[in-house]
Design a binder for this molecule. Structure first.
Ligand code: HEC
Length: 188
């Protein structure tokens, strides 16, 4: 899969900000961005365009980036490479522990369910952990090979499905199903 790597500035100039600059000015800004936003063109080429077209908002409204500052506009001209390693590490850590704990509790409750083949039961309890591993591995792989994004979807779908089956069976058996004489959990 070919993905086009576009930074926020060019995306905005071809999208929601298109109306604010003439085609010539936009072309000059995009050219500057594609050259890697060189400092030497900032003062004579880029700054005047920004001040003419963009500064009445960007530079006045506090919640949007102040494009009259070179450092700010250069930041928006950088290619977005997705989540950083630090972000991935943090989110992976939280998810691995948080979700594994939820799946463990769910599996524990579900292990008391009745009338389900032991092997099927074991596979169901194991499934969310396997798909969670696929999901989180795929986050990392996607950073370098975008096609792995599919495995994020597959991973999420996998543990969602297994969890829903276990939750519904557990809730049904706990709350709706009438205890019958002879059920293991009914004997005393
Ligand atoms: C009339 C006010 C206005 C003008 C003029 C304007 N912008 Fe914006 N711009 C906004 C607002 C409001 C947002 C935030 C909402 C949005 O993204 O649509 C924004 C968002 C952006 C973003 C996205 C910032 C981000 O953090 O993702 C970029 C890039 C941008 N503008 C560039 C420009 C450029 C370049 C110009 C001049 C050619 C320009 N804008 C002119 C109001 C304006």
């Amino acid at each position: 899969m070919e993905i086009e790597q576009v930074q926020k500035l060019e995306k905005a100039l071809n999208g929601s900000m298109k109306q604010y600059a003439s085609p010539e000015d936009r072309a000059k800004l995009i050219e500057w961005v594609r050259k890697g936003a060189p400092d030497k063109e900032w003062k004579n080429v880029v700054k005047p365009i920004v001040e003419k077209n963009c500064a009445k908002c960007h530079g006045v409204i506090p919640s949007i980036p102040d494009l009259t500052k070179k450092e700010v506009i250069k930041e928006l001209a950088k290619v977005d490479t997705g989540a950083t390693i630090e972000q991935l590490t943090r989110v992976s850590h939280i998810h691995l522990f948080g979700m594994a704990f939820i799946f463990m509790l769910l599996g524990f409750v579900f292990s008391f369910s009745i009338g389900i083949n032991k092997i099927v039961k074991s596979i169901l309890i194991f499934t969310p952990f396997a798909f969670q591993f696929i999901d989180i591995s795929a986050w990392w792989l996607t950073k370098y090979w975008p096609d792995f994004a599919w495995f994020v979807i597959i991973g999420g779908f996998g543990y969602f499905t297994a969890s829903v089956i276990m939750i519904l069976i557990s809730l049904y058996q706990m709350w709706i199903m009438k205890p019958r004489e002879g059920n293991a959990w009914h004997q005393d």
